[in-house]
Design a protein around this ligand. Structure first.
Ligand code: SAH
Length: 258
């Protein structure tokens, strides 16, 4: 009988390292400036502080919603250079002229939608994928649409790597059109500013459903509307906040490498 060859611990360590690099390489190549940093006690502490602050500053926010902010590592959705500010109330660039929204606004909008387990939710503007990750902690039916291919693909990669976000459904395309195939939705959250409320989104909202949408001029402060669809199909809307969001673009004007 042949004896299995004996490998030194050094050879085994080297082989594991090579294997790890080979597995990591294809995923890594898609990322523009990925930050897949693991958790550190310092980051955990900063996140806990952020959650505490959100609890104090978003009036009426539930423990359930705060739990989502505690569970999702925001730093993983940001560029390496922004690690230090990952748990500050700041927006940051994520490439392709787009941004990750500041935590207060994400928390406020999530709170206003009152997402309950089992609700079907549509997000327009996947961006970094952070908001959809938060939504996916609140319901198992999260759908998100992104117009910039590279961002949509990057977010999908991140979501696939975090076990609890694996149920998110992704689409690349113009979110003005919504995602009819999976509609109608209980909740719709638009994270880029439109110059009017898109009719397809109203159509894809369930009667009794809610939609949040910033409406305003490009890169200027606009109104965030809470839109309620009545049982007869008509809508009611009210301004719940103001904010500056990147514009909702009708086509992908960004190339994959800018
Ligand atoms: N929810 C995001 C915020 C990203 S900023 C986050 O948590 O990080 C808004 C995003 O909307 C950008 O990624 C932008 O590319 C995207 N966007 C702009 N116009 C769009 C459109 N017509 N359809 C889908 N996404 C759009």
């Amino acid at each position: 009988m042949m004896r299995p060859p004996l490998l030194s611990p050094r050879t085994v360590a080297l082989a594991s390292l090579v294997a790890a690099c080979l597995t990591a390489a294809p995923a890594f190549a898609q990322y523009d400036q990925p930050f897949q940093a693991g958790e550190t006690p310092e980051l955990t502490e900063k996140r806990k502080k952020m959650v505490k602050w959100l609890g104090e500053s978003v009036k009426g926010i539930t423990e359930r919603t705060l739990g989502a902010f505690d569970a999702v590592p925001r730093h993983k959705f940001m560029k390496a250079r922004d690690l230090k500010i990952a748990y500050d109330n700041k927006w940051a660039g994520i490439g392709y002229g787009q941004t990750i929204t500041n935590p207060w606004m994400v928390a406020y909008m999530t709170h206003l939608l009152g997402i309950e387990e089992g609700m079907k939710v549509l997000e327009i503007g996947t961006g970094s994928g952070y908001q959809s990750a938060i939504i996916s902690r609140l319901t198992t039916q999260t759908h998100t649409v992104e117009v910039v291919r590279a961002l949509g693909e990057r977010a999908r990669g991140l979501h696939d790597n975090l076990a609890y976000t694996a149920n998110i459904k992704h689409k690349l395309g113009d979110g003005y059109e919504g995602w009819e195939e999976h509609g109608p939705y209980d909740r719709i959250m638009v994270t880029c500013a439109a110059d009017h409320i898109p009719v397809p989104l109203i159509q894809q909202l369930k009667p009794g459903g809610l939609m949040l949408i910033p409406v305003g001029p490009h890169f200027q402060k606009g109104n965030i509307y809470l839109v309620t669809k009545q049982q007869d199909g008509s809508i009611k809307r009210k301004v719940v906040a103001t904010g500056t969001f990147v514009p909702l673009r009708r086509t992908d004007k960004f190339s994959d490498d800018d």
